[in-house]
Every structure is written in structure tokens, then in C-alpha cells.
Design a protein around this ligand. Structure first.
Ligand SMILES: Cc1ncc(COP(=O)(O)O)c(C=O)c1O
Length: 441
């Protein structure tokens, strides 16, 4: 195969400049091109619309990867959401007074989750999780947070790696370093394994009254077992801890609002970001009055949490999400893509494990050289005009034609990968698997 032709692109030139100006090059780990195909992945976009993205050189791709890390559930630059935002901009995005959209949004979110009573807002997912944990600590007067899953960049969470720098390794993102997190926070965040209530009970025995909160992602790869969620609900009530569901990724993927609506198991607080505003900065902490009122006993306040764009975009997103039956569309699209992967793997003789909720689908090459396979897969798909990765987050904008074109490309690329010997897989530097490699170059 010829050497891929992306190396001298404007996007790569921009990324080379970025690395001298911005530590790490990007603001989000998952947008570093090294995660996909170093020196090849186009890194920057000039325009995005529907499920299409144009890089700085004007090359057009169909995005069959992570759709802005799951934020753009309706597709890029959605006309209805953008129309509402443009209107809000014309009427002023900030002022000395508050925007009424944040009240309207609170009413809409509570109507969707009637077991909750009150809402606070932030603009990012990680900061909303910090707000939720602060409220839980204020409400209980306790310090320790038990958690499983990924919950963002903030001190309360990274503190888990102070006691043991592999504490977070089983929680989605291995190798996170807690440098800069005060040593005094050691022991305040304790990880436990998903769906292992026995070890959780062992972990807390004798210190039940120190536990402020139990924090989980109610679903990540797969649906959480109902008994597990119920046991957590019972345990939190028994020890007087606040049960927090981080719905930043699971929210809006299987239904409007929280996935816990489908399970019928209700936390004290749920946290939303990402998909709730189709890519605009917005996050929400929504919970019972009893717990949320503790926000009044501590200081949680920020200027840009009052802007009009976030709640306007969230309202317009929720509106369109429900009107277009978006969850049905993305679940069907995700199921189709999982079938395409399985059938192409079968036809080509590749060993592939396909997993995940349909709207958070992923695959893993069962191969002696998985990183090389991932990298070459992405490189080959780029050459066929797809942004592609081993995860696919469908949006309302993915239509049958896009999926059918993707099917052809997948058949082609899987067959090529199956025919390529391991020592000839790489035609570019290999993709990086986690945080460590990216920070230690
Ligand atoms: C479950 C979960 N919690 C928290 C976060 C952090 O959100 P943000 O990246 O908006 O800070 C993420 C982001 O991937 C997430 O998936």
C-alpha cells in the first residue's frame, strides 16, 4: 500500500503548531489525533453538517466514529437547534438579569424525570459532577465518595489515584496521574468495580457513616443489571449516602433524558451534559429537593453558567429529540452497524468482538496486534472518506445511504486487514491506547 497522503495537510500543520502552544495540543484527550492514527487523522475541521465533516484542506468525510464524543446526537449544526440559538444571540446571550430559559429547562427536565424536584446548571460534564459531589458532601456532612466509572478531570475523582496510582485503571481510563491533586485528599475517593456489590460492601464495612455518595455510570458498555442498581439504591439509603447517576454518556442514548428512566431505579441526583444540548456547552445536576437544597449551604456559583445559549440549545435539543423519536433512530442505526461489523468480520475471517449498547456500539479486534489493526483500520477508512474508529455513536443525521456506503467500505477494509500479515499492518505510527503514552512522549 502507498504511504497515506495526509501528512502534509493543513490540519497536520495546525496540530504541529498546536503542540508548541497548547500543552497536549487539544483540550480533550479524546480529540487528540494520536488516539486514532498519529500524523494521519485530520485533527481539525473547517465545517461540520449532519454527519459530514470537512477538514482544513476541504476534504469531506462521513463521520462514522464518535460524533463529537457523543455530544451531537441530532447531527452537526442542526438547523432547529442552531436556529433557536441564533435567535437567543440576537436577544442577548447574557445580561445583569437571568435568562428565563433556565427555568423552562428545569421544568422540562423535571417533567421528564418526575422523581426529581430541583436543578442546578454548569457548562461542562466534569464540573457538573464536581457540583453533584459537593452537594452530596454538603448534604451528608461526610467526605468519602465511592464510585465506579469515568467522571471527568476534577480533583474529587483523581484523588482516587493518590492512594494507589492504579486505582482508576479498571475505570475506563488507565494511567491518569493525580499530579496537582492535594495529597490531603487521599482516601476521599474510593473506586469499586461495576456490578460487584459484595466487594463494595467489604470496602465500606465499618466506615458506613463516612460515605457521602455512591457515584456510578448507570450504563456504559452494556445495560446495568437491574439487581445491581437496586442493590446500590438500597445500600445508599441504608447508610444515608447520596446515590448519584452520572448520565453524561448514558443520557439521551436509549431514551430522552436519563437511561435510568428505562430501569425504573431512581438515584437522588442525576447529571447530564454532552448530548443534552447537541454540542453546545451545557450540563445539569438534577435531584430531589431534600438533597439539592444543600446547594444553598455551600458556595456553587459561576458567571458563564448563566448564559442563554446553553439552556436554549438544551430546550431545542430536547424538543427535537422527542419530536423525531430520536432514540428509535439511533438504536436502529447502531444495531445495523453492529450487524455490519459482525457480517464483514465473518465474511473476511477476522476475529472480532462486538459490544455495547446499540447507540454506544464498539468492536475489538481479537488479534495479536490490536493497536496496529485499529490504526490501519482508521487509515484505510480515511482513504475511503470516513472518519472511523472502533466505536460508533449514531446520530439522527445518519441516514440509510451513509450506512450503506459505510457497509461497502467496511467489507473492503476488513477483507484487506484479514489478508495483511501482522508485520505489514503499519503504514503510519501506531495509535496510542491511553493517557500514559500521550503524556509521556
Ligand atoms: C460518564 C462521564 N462522566 C463525565 C465526563 C466528563 O465530561 P466532560 O468531558 O464534559 O467534562 C464524561 C466525558 O466523557 C463521561 O463520559
Amino acid at each position: 500500500m502507498s504511504t497515506p497522503s495526509f501528512r502534509n495537510s493543513l490540519s497536520n500543520d495546525c496540530y504541529r503548531r498546536a503542540k508548541t502552544l497548547i500543552p497536549g495540543g487539544t483540550q480533550l484527550l479524546s480529540k487528540r489525533p494520536e488516539m486514532f492514527a498519529p500524523e494521519i487523522w485530520p485533527a481539525y475541521y473547517s465545517k461540520a453538517k449532519g454527519c459530514r465533516v470537512w477538514d482544513l484542506d476541504g476534504k469531506e468525510y462521513i463521520d462514522m466514529s464518535i460524533m463529537a464524543v457523543g455530544a451531537c446526537i441530532l447531527g452537526y449544526a442542526d438547523d432547529d437547534v442552531d436556529g433557536a440559538v441564533v435567535e437567543a444571540i440576537r436577544r442577548g446571550v447574557n445580561s445583569t438579569l437571568n435568562c428565563p430559559e433556565e427555568v423552562e429547562l428545569a421544568e422540562a427536565l423535571i417533567e421528564l424525570h418526575p422523581w426529581f424536584d430541583m436543578v442546578r446548571y454548569a457548562r461542562g460534564g466534569g464540573e457538573a459532577m464536581s457540583v453533584a459531589v459537593r452537594i452530596a458532601r454538603a448534604h451528608t456532612g461526610r467526605d468519602v465518595v465511592l464510585f465506579s466509572g469515568y467522571h471527568g478531570w476534577c480533583d474529587w475523582y483523581l484523588a482516587a489515584n493518590l492512594a494507589d496510582d492504579s486505582g482508576l485503571d479498571g475505570q475506563l481510563m488507565p494511567g491518569l496521574q493525580p499530579n496537582g491533586v492535594p495529597r490531603g485528599l487521599t482516601g476521599t475517593a474510593v473506586p469499586f468495580h461495576f456490578n460487584d456489590i459484595g466487594s463494595l460492601r467489604d470496602t465500606i464495612r465499618g466506615r458506613e457513616k463516612q460515605i457521602a455518595a455512591i457515584v456510578i455510570e448507570p450504563a456504559r458498555g452494556e445495560d446495568a443489571p437491574g439487581e445491581y442498581l437496586q442493590s446500590l439504591r438500597d445500600l445508599a439509603s441504608e447508610i444515608g449516602a447520596v446515590l448519584i447517576f452520572d448520565e453524561i454518556t448514558s443520557g439521551y442514548r436509549m431514551c430522552a433524558g436519563g437511561i435510568h428512566r428505562r430501569y425504573g431505579i431512581y438515584p437522588d441526583i442525576a447529571v447530564f451534559a454532552k448530548s443534552m444540548a447537541n454540542g453546545y456547552a451545557m450540563s445539569a445536576v438534577i435531584g430531589t429537593e431534600q438533597v439539592m437544597q444543600a446547594a444553598q449551604t455551600t458556595f456553587i456559583s459561576s458567571t458563564n453558567w448563566t448564559d442563554r445559549i446553553g439552556p436554549t440549545a438544551a430546550l431545542a435539543t430536547l424538543n427535537k429529540y422527542c419530536r423525531c423519536d430520536t432514540h428509535t433512530h439511533i438504536i436502529t442505526a447502531g444495531e445495523t452497524i453492529k450487524r455490519i461489523w459482525q457480517e464483514a468480520a465473518h465474511a473476511s475471517g477476522l476475529e472480532l468482538e462486538v459490544s455495547g449498547l446499540p447507540s454506544l456500539a464498539s468492536f475489538t479486534f481479537r488479534h495479536t496486534h490490536p493497536h496496529e489493526m485499529n490504526t490501519r483500520f482508521t487509515v484505510e477508512m480515511l482513504q475511503r472518506n470516513f472518519l472511523a474508529f472502533r466505536q460508533f455513536k449514531p446520530s439522527l443525521a445518519h441516514r440509510d445511504d451513509d450506512i450503506s456506503d459505510y457497509r461497502d467500505a467496511i467489507n473492503d477494509v476488513f477483507s484487506l486487514l484479514a489478508r495483511t500479515s501482522p508485520d505489514r499492518l503499519l503504514v503510519s505510527p501506531v495509535s496510542h491506547a491511553g493517557f500514559q503514552r500521550l503524556t509521556r512522549e
